[in-house]
Design a binder for this molecule. Structure first.
Ligand code: SF4
Ligand code: FES
Length: 249
């Protein structure tokens, strides 16, 4: 396949970026999207040019590092798929593909397609954990938990912290990400003692980082590679208001 690429190039956080055109030749339909970018980079390096910077690690959909907006959609056109698992057979020969970084105030561009997502780390550090002493690892099934709660908590734990939900949201809201963590911990018995303090601390930190609020557009759910549902946001909001009302009484 031969592809026309328009790729965002930006030398650093303080300089203006722009879309630069490249042609990718000899692309196999079996290549992943990142392997196609590797091919482009090898040609750039061979000709003495600066390689395109982009993030990746596992390349199998589990680490959340890859973060490309492909033709306007975070992680590209395949639903429930990270961009590292997107394959070039999804495109046609001579297609034009536009590749951009996540765009959000709280995710500043570091270089080209790489953004700084440490704001997510600070949101987690504000409350996305269990700090009570729960003792040693218990035997399986010593704490009975209803199956539906376990399933929902574990589905929420599937969030890989990629930030696509923020990139897709017109408000750059981190609500889907936070609600996944809050549901994961807040539905299980071990997460109960810190349940309400956690939700307030995480939302306050997200506000401080510059993430926007939620206006129920559902764009986050549509692009989430782990298909985290927005019903988690409703659960988080209920917990938040319960925490505020309890604190006020
Ligand atoms: S909720 Fe989905 S899109 Fe958002 S960070 Fe988690 S896995 Fe990524
Ligand atoms: S590189 Fe790990 S999820 Fe894509």
């Amino acid at each position: 396949m031969k592809l026309n690429l328009k790729i965002w190039r930006q030398a650093g956080p303080e300089v203006a970026g722009r879309l630069v055109e490249y042609v990718a030749d000899d692309v196999s339909p079996d290549m992943s999207f990142l392997e196609m970018l590797d091919l482009v980079n090898e040609a750039l390096i061979r000709s003495g040019q600066d390689a395109i910077a982009f993030d990746s690690d596992c390349r199998e959909g589990i680490c959340g590092m890859c973060s490309l907006v492909v033709n306007g959609v975070p992680h590209g056109p395949d639903r429930g798929t990270t961009v590292c698992q997107l394959h070039m057979r999804r495109f046609k020969d001579r297609d034009t593909i536009v590749v951009e970084p996540w765009r959000a105030k709280a995710f500043p561009v570091v270089k080209d397609l790489v953004v700084d997502r440490s704001a997510f780390d600070r949101v987690i550090a504000a409350g996305g954990y269990v700090s009570i002493n729960v003792g040693g690892a218990p035997d399986g099934n010593t704490i009975p938990i209803p199956k539906d709660l376990v399933e929902t908590a574990m589905d929420s734990a599937a969030c890989i912290g990629c930030g696509a939900c923020v990139a897709a949201c017109k408000n750059a809201s981190a609500h889907l990400f936070m609600s996944a963590k809050i549901s994961h911990l807040g539905l299980l018995p071990q997460g109960q003692p810190e349940r309400y303090g956690r939700v307030v601390a995480m939302i306050n930190q997200a506000d401080a980082e510059g993430f926007g609020s939620c206006s129920n557009e559902g764009e986050c759910e549509a692009v989430c590679p782990k298909e985290i549902p927005i019903s988690n946001i409703a659960r988080m909001t209920r917990d938040y208001f319960r925490a505020i009302w309890t604190a006020g009484t």
